[in-house]
Design a protein around this ligand. Sequence first.
Ligand code: NAP
Length: 245
Amino acid sequence: MQIQDKVVVVTGASSGIGAATVKQLVASGAKVVFGARRTAKLAKIAADLPADQIAYRATDVTQLADVQALVDLAVLQFGKVDALFNNAGIMPTAPLAADHRQEWQQMLDINVMGVLNGISAVLPVMHRQGYGHILATDSIAGYKVFADSAVYCGTKFAVRAIMEGLRQEELKNHIKTTLVAPGMVDTELYKTIADPQVAQDLVKTWHQPEHSLRPEDLADLVVYAIGLPQRVAINEVKIRPAGEL
Ligand SMILES: NC(=O)c1ccc[n+]([C@@H]2O[C@H](COP(=O)([O-])OP(=O)(O)OC[C@H]3O[C@@H](n4cnc5c(N)ncnc54)[C@H](OP(=O)(O)O)[C@@H]3O)[C@@H](O)[C@H]2O)c1
């Protein structure tokens, strides 16, 4: 596995899967440039990591200029971008009849446009380099539709389609793609659900280890995928707690 000195950009890095992945990448010798909106959380993560291996900045993935600045920071500080992990996402589930139009828009902006903004910002860099690797956190909800999660599922189906299109278009440019599709993971994602009862029911399930993965399980997978030789690409992975239907 070759991770040492690879430069990896991670979005949605202030908690959950993103934060765990930043830590695991740094522990494996990578240089990591990470972003999210909550800068206090980013600073806390950074405080425990070697300063010469990291950089971070406030990043709202709905703003192309923010994502561009994050990618630019990686190039400025470390000279290249080996991989971009498009991980930021929200999951404010509710039935369609609840008509949470603002949440629908936010999910489209963060879960879908956020990934597209990442692709937009990093592709020119990877084209110049002649290589690269773009990863995205999808979900089992990108394969299977769940009631009360129709819009979230729609965004994750969209990400899967976009990443497969990217794979086909960019293989000639030696740019690899990896879609990581987890089942339940014990993170802060439930906090984006407006209905406190729904959020509480979900978190109760997540806190039972047999029902959920740990963020570190996903981090291991991402580190593994990034560390593979250039000739090998893991394009799509479903990863679930062993007991999940
Ligand atoms: N947990 C699960 O069961 C599960 C299952 C399948 C897929 N996923 C996917 O996994 C990914 C990571 O979620 P998680 O489970 O680790 O939850 P989490 O702990 O809530 O992490 C979500 C991350 O996304 C960031 N984020 C949200 N909106 C953002 C924005 N506009 N700009 C930049 N960053 C933003 C959050 O940071 P800030 O709020 O600081 O910006 C946070 O760092 C998401 O794409 C989610 O859909 C999770």
